[in-house]
Design a protein around this ligand. Structure first.
Ligand SMILES: C[S@@+](CC[C@H](N)C(=O)[O-])C[C@H]1O[C@@H](n2cnc3c(N)ncnc32)[C@H](O)[C@@H]1O
Length: 276
C-alpha cells in the first residue's frame, strides 16, 4: 500500500494540495476498511474526486468535529475545523450557566455537527437543530443516529425559527448557536465562486452584504431565549464590527463578546439576552 499512498500523494500534490500525503494515507485507509473487492481502484476513484476539488470529507464519507466522528455527505456543508471555535465557546457558556439540563438550538444546522457535538459533550443537554434544505435535514438526522444522541436531539426543517414553531420552546432556551451563510453574493459570483462547485449555495450565500441571516437571527432568536440566555454566531473574517452593531441595535442584549481564534482573528460574536 505504500506505493499506492505515494502515487495518490503525488497526484494530490500536483493539484496544489498542501496536505497531500496525509490525505492520501487517509484515502487508502478508508478504501481498505470499506472492504471493496478492488481496494486500489476504490482508492484511485476517491483520489480523482479529491483532485477535482471535492472536500476530503465527502470523498471519504466522514469527518471528525470537536472529537466526534460524523457522517459527511453531499447536500450539507462539510464541517469545518474553524467552526470548532463556536462549538467550544458554546460549551464554555453552557458549562458556566446555572442550567443542569441545558436547552440549546442549533440554527442553520447543516450536517448537525454543532448539535451532535454539543449533545455528545453535555450528556444532560437537549438540542433542537433546524435547517432550510432537505439535504441538510437528511444528513443531520443520519448524524444524530450515528452519534447516538437521538433521544436528546431533534432535527426540524424550515426558514430559520419557523421550523421550531409549535414545539413550545419559547422563553426556555439557554443557548442558540448559529453558523449561518456569511459570504456576500458579490464574492460568491467572483473570487469565492469555486465554493459552489461541490457544496450547496445555501451554505454560503449570506445576501448582498453577507449578513442577511445574522440580521434576522439576532431578532428572531429573542422569543426563544430565556432571559440571560446566549446567542453565539460564527462570522466571516472582518465582520465583527457589523455583527456587534446588529446585537447593539436590537437593544435587547448585554455582555456582547468577540472571540478570536489562536491566530487572533475574531470568528465568533455572542451576546446574552438582557435580564429585564
Ligand atoms: C455555513 S452553513 C453551516 C452548517 C453547519 N451549521 C456547520 O457548522 O457546518 C449554513 C447553513 O445555513 C442553512 N440555511 C441557509 N439559509 C437558511 C434559512 N433561511 N433557514 C434555515 N437554514 C438556512 C444552509 O442550508 C446551511 O446548512
Amino acid at each position: 500500500m505504500t506505493k499506492l499512498i505515494e502515487e495518490i500523494g503525488a497526484l494530490l500534490e500536483s493539484n496544489g494540495n498542501g496536505n497531500a500525503h496525509a490525505e492520501a494515507a487517509r484515502i487508502v485507509a478508508v478504501a481498505q476498511t470499506a472492504g471493496s473487492a478492488n481496494c486500489e481502484a476504490a482508492a484511485r476513484a476517491m483520489a480523482e474526486r479529491r483532485a477535482a476539488g471535492a472536500p476530503l470529507a465527502y470523498v471519504i464519507g466522514c469527518e471528525t468535529f470537536m472529537g466526534v466522528e460524523l457522517v459527511a455527505a453531499e447536500g450539507a456543508l462539510a464541517p469545518r475545523e474553524e467552526t470548532e471555535l463556536l462549538g467550544y465557546a458554546a460549551l464554555a457558556e453552557l458549562r458556566s450557566s446555572d442550567s443542569d439540563a441545558p436547552r440549546v438550538i442549533d440554527m442553520c444546522c447543516g450536517s448537525g455537527n454543532l448539535a451532535c457535538a454539543i449533545a455528545y459533550h453535555l450528556p444532560d443537554a437537549r438540542v433542537w437543530a433546524s435547517d432550510l434544505t432537505d439535504g441538510c435535514v437528511s444528513v443531520a438526522r443520519r448524524n444524530v443516529g450515528h452519534v447516538g444522541v437521538s433521544d436528546r436531539v431533534v432535527v426540524a426543517q424550515g426558514d430559520l425559527f419557523a421550523g421550531l414553531a409549535g414545539l413550545d420552546l419559547e422563553g426556555s432556551i439557554d443557548a442558540v448557536v448559529c453558523n449561518p451563510p456569511y459570504i456576500s453574493q458579490g464574492k460568491l459570483s467572483t473570487d469565492r465562486a469555486a465554493l459552489l462547485d461541490h457544496e450547496p449555495r445555501e451554505a454560503f450565500d449570506g445576501g448582498p452584504y453577507g449578513l442577511s441571516i445574522h440580521q434576522r437571527v439576532v431578532k428572531e432568536a429573542l422569543p426563544f431565549l430565556r432571559p440571560g440566555g446566549v446567542l453565539l454566531f460564527e462570522i466571516g473574517l472582518g465582520q465583527e464590527r457589523q455583527v456587534k452593531m446588529l446585537f447593539e441595535r436590537a437593544n435587547a442584549y448585554q455582555n456582547i463578546r468577540l472571540v478570536a481564534n489562536p491566530t487572533g482573528e475574531v470568528r465568533v460574536v455572542s451576546g446574552h439576552k438582557r435580564i429585564a
